[in-house]
Design a protein around this ligand. Structure first.
Ligand code: G2I
Length: 445
């Protein structure tokens, strides 16, 4: 904090000294992604590959978002148009560009009743089950190590009050198709978080109760699932539910992450802005709500463009909803009334060392993936190391966004050693055996 000492010497008045703290607004995050990062979350958008050459579109994408979801390019019809022949071109374009820009990728979607290629629509029984398993394996393997979270199964429950599974060709292969898809995805990409994703599950209702029961059963039986995605397509007919936060929280309490995966809210002006702010507030109030994705950038990019449901208008100008979201995330250009104190995380360690580290552990029998968040203290970092205690008999087999790890000591990669004061960066590693326990130790270097 820079300080300006202002001496007031009016006439013979006793000299008064006032220490004026310069507004921290210079440090307030001014983009959605940066503001969300200060809250430990990503802020993402759906992306269409064919729009990337539009400089207005890609300019906003680069500036504002820290995660991307291919809107259609990873779906079954796009990635396996002919059985056994895979086509990853458009999805690769999005994924590689995102990684080059330091953005996370949400994979969407491995197994879904919709947007299947016609050959799959015409299959049933064992042939379809085998085709699904092969599809999940091939696609998740192709993107292994590049995906933060996969929508493994999308929209498998029926609307209305039945609480039943949606009828589909996949469902007719047997009720276990969902868990088979999750186990198959885990085997193909152990580092990706595996999500179940659906709509009309945003509040507590028969459909979300049915998803909840499935997830609880999966957790009880060790079926690998790490997150639940809530699409959150809101409009007058399907408004943001009053119990949105409570619903997110009850899923989080099952011991997994929750993510808002396809947020869009039809409307305009202050009403739309207030609803966006409420959605963001709900996520921020749930510790394990670790990211928000909006389903497109400009209103004109939306699958329901006439409802103008997004944060930027057709020309790429930020709407009131954008400002509301940014403010809700703690960012913006307004001057906070008092300096924002830095709040050390309770599970962090070694605060005197200039940085702190916290871990998020995803363990299963025989293996683990650990995500480590490195947060700079009051001084910017130019490099960091993090030490964890790897239990004897365990081994670190793969590290990303950092180097080293075999002995439990990780050093920043070439591109993420510099961390602004109070800012943070993430790296991860996976391994075999039991997961590291205990607080990580971060040291500035
Ligand atoms: O419907 C909104 C979303 C609901 N949850 C799952 C998401 O995957 C889904 O996304 C939408 C895309 O935004 C649309 O862009 O999924 C639609 C298909 O179910 C996508 O629309 C399709 C059109 O229907 C096709 O005619 C078109 O070829 O987009 C395709 C590619 O542009």
């Amino acid at each position: 904090m820079r300080r300006t000492l202002v001496l007031l010497t009016a006439g013979a008045v006793t000299a008064a000294a006032a220490v004026v703290a310069l507004s921290p607004s210079a440090n307030a995050a001014t983009t959605l992604g940066a503001a969300a990062a200060e809250k430990g979350r990503y802020f993402g958008t759906a992306v269409a590959a064919y729009k990337l050459s539009d400089s207005v579109y890609s300019g906003i994408l680069n500036r504002e978002f820290t995660s991307v979801t291919p809107e259609n390019e990873m779906k079954w019809d796009a990635t396996e148009p002919t059985q056994g022949t895979f086509s990853f071109g458009s999805a690769d374009t999005i994924v590689n560009r995102a990684i080059a820009n330091g953005q996370k990728v949400r994979g969407h979607a491995l197994a879904w009743h919709s947007q299947q290629p016609s050959w799959a629509e015409n299959l049933s029984g064992t042939a379809l089950r085998n085709a699904m398993v092969n599809h999940v394996t091939q696609v998740a393997t192709h993107y292994r190590g590049k995906i933060d979270s996969w929508d493994v199964v999308n929209e498998a429950f029926a609307d209305g009050g039945s609480g039943a599974r949606r009828d589909s060709n996949l469902q007719r292969t047997g009720n276990d198709w969902i868990e088979v898809a999750f186990r198959t995805a885990r085997a193909a990409d152990p580092a990706a978080k595996l999500c179940y994703n659906d709509y009309n599950t945003d509040g507590q209702n028969a459909k979300s109760n049915a998803v909840y029961a499935m997830v609880r059963d999966f957790k009880a039986r060790g079926v690998p699932i790490d997150c639940v995605g809530f699409q959150s397509h809101f409009n007058a007919q399907s408004p943001l539910p009053a119990d949105y936060q409570a619903n997110l929280q009850r899923f989080a309490d099952l011991g997994l992450d929750v993510q808002i995966t396809e947020l869009d809210i039809e409307g305009s002006g202050a009403t739309q802005a207030a609803t966006y702010a409420a959605a963001v507030r709900a996520c921020l109030a749930v510790t394990r709500c670790n990211g928000i994705t909006v389903w497109g950038i400009r209103d004109t990019d939306s699958w329901r463009a006439s409802g103008t449901p997004l944060l930027f208008d057709g020309s790429g100008n930020p709407k009131p909803a954008y400002a509301a979201v940014l403010t809700e995330l703690g960012g913006g250009t307004t001057t906070p009334s008092s300096p924002v104190p830095s709040s050390p995380s309770p599970s962090s360690s070694n605060p005197a060392a200039g940085c702190t580290a916290t871990t998020s552990v995803n363990a299963w029998t025989g293996g683990f993936v650990v995500t480590v968040k490195v947060t700079a203290g009051a001084t910017a970092l130019t490099g960091w190391t993090v030490g964890v205690t790897v239990p004897s008999g365990s081994a670190v087999t793969n590290t990303w966004n950092a180097t080293g790890g075999a002995s439990g000591t990780f050093t920043n990669a070439a591109w993420n050693g510099r961390v602004a004061a109070g800012g943070s960066t993430e790296f991860g590693f996976q391994g075999t055996g039991g997961a590291p326990a205990g607080a990580p130790v971060c040291t500035a270097r």
